[in-house]
Design a protein around this ligand. Structure first.
Ligand code: ZN
Length: 322
């Protein structure tokens, strides 16, 4: 079996929210992502699992949440993925500044090397996000039936930032095991890339001198998943990761993809997820995210599950103003 030289970039990022309705309103109503799937946490069916992305939820566009109503805020710190960055087209920055002002969202323009215009902001739970204007954004389509005019819309991920106590072991895992290339450096920020098209392919490792460890709760990231093409490649990844002495789970069926999980040496939970079968496996494209979907093994419990979940209003489809 031949092993791919690298993971193919980001598959999805999963975070913790508090109030599910506020989460839905922000990601569909303000950021203009599509609600791609409404299901439950398969490991805890009393919690929603909300998936946002592009029209079909392509790998590289998917941000997902476990909303824990009433959960206290977590703490951003080392051993965490602290910033999730989306791509927007190069001409879209002024539009987003106006849009954020209209919605009362505080943002700042961050200067960075790597030739990037960056808008930094946070979601209602304090999750740190960025919009980065990038030349590659044009090659991907934004969700066309959301509130953001399609020419300015979010084009999936640009990259993620890992905050780490130390550099060496995480950097070695990224380059020697997962196949990332180191492509840049800006002060204590080290940029790695895997995959080809610049969309969802970057990982920045930032090593601050004295920052306490992060704590997972509302407004923090739970894990990041990297893409692999298929089940055969995934088995090869599993062998390679176990081979460097990391504890890796067996392959787990997540219905929309197949997953393995392991913790990188700095403490961030990594997953490797297959591109297939994708989100249209149990709903047609037009209906994605329009109703609660359960996997076959939870379907017999639907009534009890629905009673335990807080009621939510799903995304109203608002056409972009022409
Ligand atoms: Zn995941």
């Amino acid at each position: 079996m031949s092993q791919a030289e690298s993971v193919l970039g980001i598959h999805h990022v999963t975070a913790i929210a508090s109030d599910p309705q506020r989460n839905i309103d922000f990601y569909t109503g303000v950021l203009g992502l599509r609600m791609v799937k409404v299901t439950v946490n398969f490991d805890d069916p009393t919690t929603y699992h909300l998936y946002y992305g592009d029209e079909v939820g392509h790998p590289g566009t998917i941000l997902t949440f476990f909303p824990w109503p009433g959960a206290p805020r977590g703490r951003h710190g080392t051993g965490q993925l602290t910033v999730t960055s989306f791509s927007i087209p190069e001409g879209a920055v002024d539009y987003w500044k106006r849009h954020f002002r209209e919605h009362g969202i505080t943002f700042k323009e961050t200067d960075r090397k790597f030739d990037e215009q960056v808008l930094s902001f946070a979601d209602p739970d304090g999750l740190k996000l960025e919009l980065i204007a990038s030349p590659e954004a044009g090659s991907r389509e934004a969700w066309k039936d959301g509130p953001i005019p399609v020419e300015y819309g979010v084009r999936g991920f640009r990259g993620v930032t890992l905050l780490e106590e130390g550099y060496e072991r995480t950097a070695r895992l990224l380059s020697d095991t997962l196949g990332f290339r180191q492509v840049g450096e800006d002060d204590n920020r080290f940029r790695f890339e895997a995959g080809e098209d610049g969309l969802g392919t970057f990982v920045d490792v930032v090593c601050p001198p004295t920052v306490p460890r992060g704590l997972v709760s509302a407004g923090t990231i739970h894990h990041v998943a990297w893409r692999t093409a298929d089940d055969e490649q995934q088995r090869a990844w599993r062998t390679r990761i176990a081979g460097v002495g990391l504890d890796v789970t067996p392959v787990i069926d997540r219905k929309y993809f197949h997953s393995i999980y392991f913790r990188e040496p700095g403490g961030v939970l990594f997953e490797i997820a297959t591109d297939a079968p994708g989100f249209t496996v149990d709903e047609p494209v037009q209906e994605l995210g329009s109703a609660l979907v359960l996997p076959p093994w939870l379907e017999p419990l639907r009534n009890d599950i629905q009673k335990a979940l807080p009621p939510v209003r799903l995304a109203a489809v608002v056409r972009a103003a022409e």
